[in-house]
Every structure is written in C-alpha cells, then in structure tokens.
Design a protein around this ligand. Structure first.
Ligand SMILES: NC(=O)c1ccc[n+]([C@@H]2O[C@H](COP(=O)([O-])OP(=O)(O)OC[C@H]3O[C@@H](n4cnc5c(N)ncnc54)[C@H](O)[C@@H]3O)[C@@H](O)[C@H]2O)c1
Length: 331
C-alpha cells in the first residue's frame, strides 16, 4: 500500500515501532517530534523527520503539505501519571491543548483520517473484571483526563466535520521490538517491566512494589500487558481500514489476560535463574487494582489473533533491550 502517513511522536517507544512496520509494508512515513522525551536514534532512517513541536503550525506548514497525506497517527504526548499528578497543567497543555492545535490544523487541510493513541486509564478504576469499550469513563489523574478530553474533542468535532477516526485505548504496552530496533529508552519511565529489567541488568538496586494489599490473588495490582509488535500490527490494520472504509471506531488494545506485579517478577526470575531484589512500598495515588481489557471488539472486527501474547516473550525482549542500551549499543 503506497500511502503517505504523518506520524507524531515517532522518536518515542510506540511511534518509532509503528513507523518501522509501516515502512516495511510500503507506506511513506513523515515524523514530527520535538524530542521532549523521544530519541533521534529510534527514528527509522527511511522516515522523513521534522523536528518540531506539534503545535508549531508555522514550522510544520512551511515543511510539509498536509493535504498530501492519507492519514495521521497521533502518538506525541507526555505519559507519566506520577508527573501529571505533580504538574497537572503541563499535561493538559501538552496532551490536550497542543494536540488540539495540531489536529485542527490537520482538519483545516483536509487530513481527516486520524488514529489517536489513547489509554485504558480513561476507564479509571474498572468495575468489571474485563473492561469493554462501553465501560464508564472515569479518569483518576490529569494524564488520563488529558487523554479523555482529546478523545472527546474528536468525537465532538466528528459531528460537524468529516472526520474519520480510530481511537486506540492501549492497556500496558510492554516488550521491545523483535528485531531490537526500538524499545523504551526514557530514564524516567515508570513502566513496571522496564524498571524490573533495570534491576536485572544492575542499573537499579531494587524494585519497589507499590502496594501489596489490593484485593487480588497475591495483593499486587493486575495489568494486561500487550507486546509492542502486536500493538504496531493493530495500528497497521487500523490505518488500512480507515483509509479504505472511513469508518470511525474506538478499540481496546490488550490481550484480555491479567498478570499481577508478582507474576511479572516471578516470570522474570525464572528467565534470570536468580531473584531480583524488591521491597514493598506504599500504594501509589490513583493506581487501580485490576485493569484487563475485553478485546472482543477489535479481534472480531479484524478477525485478528495476536502473535506475541506471552509474558515470557515480553520479558525476554525487554531484558535483551535493556542489556543493549545498558551497553551503550544504542545511546
Ligand atoms: N507506553 C504505554 O504503555 C502507553 C499506554 C497508553 C497510552 N500510551 C500513549 O501512547 C503514546 C506514545 O507513548 P510512548 O510510550 O511511545 O511515549 P514516548 O514518551 O516514548 O513517546 C512520545 C513521543 O512524543 C514526542 N512528543 C511529546 N510531546 C510532543 C510535542 N508537543 N511535539 C512533538 N513531539 C512531542 C516525544 O518527544 C516522544 O518522542 C502517548 O500518546 C501515550 O499517551 C502509551
């Protein structure tokens, strides 16, 4: 498919992985990124790169003709829940206001096919064991609020503007690219698997488990971890579908299976054949007990089965990536 995709946040973990897959499949990819959390080394060589803030309309319009693109994938944003609790305004500005400026500019230039990175955090503390897209929306922190506001912006505008959108609500994105081109680089990540792997390679002394008194089988929170290459495949399918059928949709992106924090540690210990050091700390404000996707909607719509829904594989790729960046093979 020789189509042109505009992709924001392509120097980040997820955007760069999706960009690689799109390029492999024959798409032409242009990336906009200001490197606020991203890294130039993650940007695929075959992608065109525009170093700019997404809200810098003048700069973007001076470099590209938005009308020439078939679809935009909007990944750019800030992702740390802990930081958003301390600096709520920053999150509303970056994830909502700047995104709004950018998307309005796309719409003014007839770039109407939009894939948006959203998050399972919009559901808040789920009332059900598996969360469907119909579950009530109840964000518990400024990060989640900023994501929901942007979803609502698209939904509201789709009434009066010819927007075709697919909103993808990611659960816990994890693992590194199967070819080791991309993974999490950030030094400030709060991703459990990233932190556990940092302990495993000696970069961090110990892992802190944030609360072990939740109402789960072992007291630690349960999450649905989706491998980054499966998530990239979801974007590829969504892009093809949106370009062809122009049908708006909202989909959960997960596997529908939950693992507790202790499950993750135990599985990592099996791979390492020794034990990583951890201690129990207090609960984090706004953490939920059990967040697992109901994935029927996406899987039935696309008749799709994931390839990497295996915690061991997720951890092995994460560990391999952590060793790679620890040995300065990438940064
Ligand atoms: N990682 C996860 O588990 C997860 C879960 C749910 C949703 N998401 C969403 O996925 C998207 C990508 O997340 P990620 O994990 O790849 O994060 P990341 O921090 O690795 O990547 C974000 C990228 O966006 C860029 N960026 C941020 N603000 C920008 C701006 N104003 N202008 C230009 N570039 C900007 C950063 O430099 C970075 O390269 C985010 O929207 C995030 O909310 C991620």
């Amino acid at each position: 498919m020789n189509k042109k995709i505009l992709l924001t946040g392509g120097a980040g973990y997820i955007g760069s992985t999706v960009a690689n897959l799109l390029i492999e499949k024959g798409f032409s990819v242009t990336i906009i990124d200001n490197f606020i959390t991203g890294n130039k080394k993650l940007v695929p060589k075959k992608a065109k790169l525009i170093v700019s803030d997404i809200a810098d309309e003048k700069k973007i319009l001076s470099k590209i003709n938005l009308k020439s693109f078939d679809l935009v994938m909007h990944f750019a944003g800030l992702i740390r829940v802990d930081e958003s609790l301390k600096k709520p305004k920053k999150y509303i500005i970056y994830n909502y206001h700047k995104s709004k400026v950018f998307l309005k500019m796309c719409l003014r230039n007839s770039l109407n096919n939009i894939i948006l990175s959203s998050s399972a955090s919009v559901y808040g503390s789920p009332k059900k064991k598996k969360i469907s897209e119909e579950h009530e929306l109840n964000p518990k922190n400024p990060y989640a609020e900023s994501k929901l506001k942007l979803e609502q912006f698209l939904l509201y505008n789709s009434i009066k503007t010819p927007i075709n959108y697919i909103i993808l609500r990611y659960f816990n994105v994890a693992g590194a690219d199967k070819k080791m081109r991309t993974g999490i680089i950030s030094k400030h990540s709060s991703h459990l698997i990233k932190l556990a792997c940092e302990v495993a390679v000696g970069k961090r002394k110990k892992l802190v488990i944030n609360g072990d008194n939740y109402n789960t089988k072992d007291g630690t929170p349960v999450r649905d971890f989706i491998h980054i290459n499966d998530l990239a495949e979801i974007h590829l399918m969504s892009a093809k579908d949106l370009i062809k059928r122009k049908k708006s949709n909202i989909f959960n992106c997960g596997y529908g299976k939950g693992y507790s924090v202790k499950d993750v540690i135990n599985q990592l210990n099996k791979i390492l054949k020794n034990k990583i050091k951890y201690e129990i700390g207090p609960r984090r404000r706004s953490d939920s007990e059990h967040v697992v996707a109901d994935t029927k909607k996406f899987n039935n719509y696309f008749l799709w089965k994931p390839k990497y829904n295996n915690l061991k594989y997720i951890l092995e790729t994460s560990l391999k990536w952590e060793k790679k960046i620890n040995n300065k093979l990438i940064i």
